[in-house]
Ligand binder design. Structure first.
Ligand SMILES: NC(=O)c1ccc[n+]([C@@H]2O[C@H](COP(=O)([O-])OP(=O)(O)OC[C@H]3O[C@@H](n4cnc5c(N)ncnc54)[C@H](O)[C@@H]3O)[C@@H](O)[C@H]2O)c1
Length: 369
């Protein structure tokens, strides 16, 4: 039996609990939060045997641990989980700084060698349409990739479709992550790029192939006051300085061009994730707002007639199911923490590009130097 635990019992933790509860061979052993009442209520609601406030107590009671806290705590908690020899599922983004990503990646590499499984929760890999697109691209169905576009649009700064942005679960996403000395990590750190841009960078490069260099533009705007609508640049003493609209141009490994765009200002699109990949032999398109199982393709001879086929792809395992199955079989499935760190390298390049006035910069290597 795998004794399973969750650190951080907020909104996303409920998805972890629902997605893991009921998998054969798993028992929900403990959950942990700095807010004891929240952890207690969460344990009762989702059927965890106990709730704790100390991570050490959770680690004693668990074999596999999900880190589902705000981003700033992912690195120290992941290192603590791996240091205790436990299997790790970390929420995205893996870390808030590239240095932390390198440290967690090194720890994960050592843990893998010792038979420990690690996962990064890039949720949209759960979409069977994406898994099929990835398979088709890897099998050469679209030929050489020439162009790829990825879009992750949200609406919660321009509308209250997900409630008010002053709620804590939105508010911590509105400021640039700070280093322990209080200094901001960088102009492109966190924000929509760190929060959901990491998803779409994974979504695009997981099908179109890795990128070697990029250039990035970010915008950060005042938030609208919840009652007056007046522009607000800080809330309760916390600066609202993180990016909320982003464009990234990627040099793909095979020479193709990738374009990623993300914003929190797209009214009408609470959570749209879409991808198009275009190659010498055909095209693949997905729009999860339309359906997570529907893949459109225009391939082979059909491309000369501009004839699209829409396929409903049978469900594929979720990240939660893959994580548990990997532990049970000893075979590490996609996507491990090293993949999370690769995406952090892209985010680091975005930050370096913005600092350099939007110029093209190489994506740094994880283990160099
Ligand atoms: N994969 C996805 O699609 C997806 C979707 C939403 C959120 N997320 C990620 O999940 C994480 C959590 O997001 P959320 O929306 O649930 O946030 P949230 O603010 O709703 O919940 C965070 C919880 O963590 C607790 N917490 C804070 N610091 C802690 C610490 N040091 N130790 C233990 N508990 C701590 C808070 O008290 C709170 O209960 C974030 O990293 C976010 O990026 C991922």
């Amino acid at each position: 039996m795998i004794r399973y635990g969750i650190i951080g019992t907020g909104g996303m933790a409920a998805a972890h609990a629902r997605g893991t509860r009921g998998i054969d061979g798993v028992e929900l052993s403990a959950c942990c939060d700095i807010d004891a009442d929240r952890a207690r209520v969460f344990a009762a609601e989702h059927g965890f045997a106990r709730s704790v406030t100390r991570v050490e107590d959770l680690l004693e009671a668990c074999d596999a641990v999900a880190v589902v806290t705000p981003d700033a705590f992912h690195a120290p908690l992941s290192l603590q989980v791996l240091g205790a020899g436990k299997h790790l599922m970390c929420e995205k983004p893996l870390t808030t700084t590239f240095e932390d990503a390198q440290e967690v990646a090194a720890a994960a590499r050592a843990a893998h060698a010792a038979g420990i499984v690690t996962f990064i929760n890039f949720t949209y890999r759960d979409a069977s349409a994406w898994q099929e697109a990835r398979r088709l691209a890897a099998d050469g169905a679209i030929g050489e990739v020439r162009h790829a576009t990825g879009r992750y649009f949200q609406a919660w700064l321009a509308s209250n479709v997900w409630g008010n942005w002053t709620q804590e679960n939105h508010l911590w996403r509105c400021g640039i992550p700070r280093r322990p000395d209080g200094s901001p990590v960088g102009p492109a750190a966190g924000g929509t790029l760190g929060d959901v841009g990491c998803h779409i960078l994974d979504f695009l490069t997981g099908v179109a192939g890795p990128a070697t260099a990029l250039r990035c533009s970010v915008r950060s705007f005042p938030a609208p006051h919840p009652t007056t609508g007046a522009p607000v640049t800080e809330w309760e003493g916390r600066p609202l300085d993180a990016n909320s609209s982003v464009a990234v141009e990627l040099d793909l490994d095979g020479g193709g061009l990738g374009l990623v765009e993300s914003t929190r200002w797209a009214s009408g699109h609470p959570n749209q994730v879409a991808l198009g990949v275009y190659g010498t032999l055909g095209s693949l398109e997905i729009d999860l707002e339309d359906s997570p199982t529907r893949l459109r393709h225009c391939l082979g001879e059909a491309r000369h007639r501009a004839a699209w086929t829409s396929v409903d792809v049978a469900a594929t395992p979720s990240n939660f199911q893959r994580f548990i199955r990997s532990i049970q079989t000893g075979e590490q499935d996609q996507a491990d923490v090293l993949r999370g760190a690769e995406i952090q390298a892209c985010l680091e390049a975005c930050d370096r590009s913005v600092r350099a006035g939007g110029t093209r910069v190489p994506i740094p290597s994880l283990f160099a130097g």
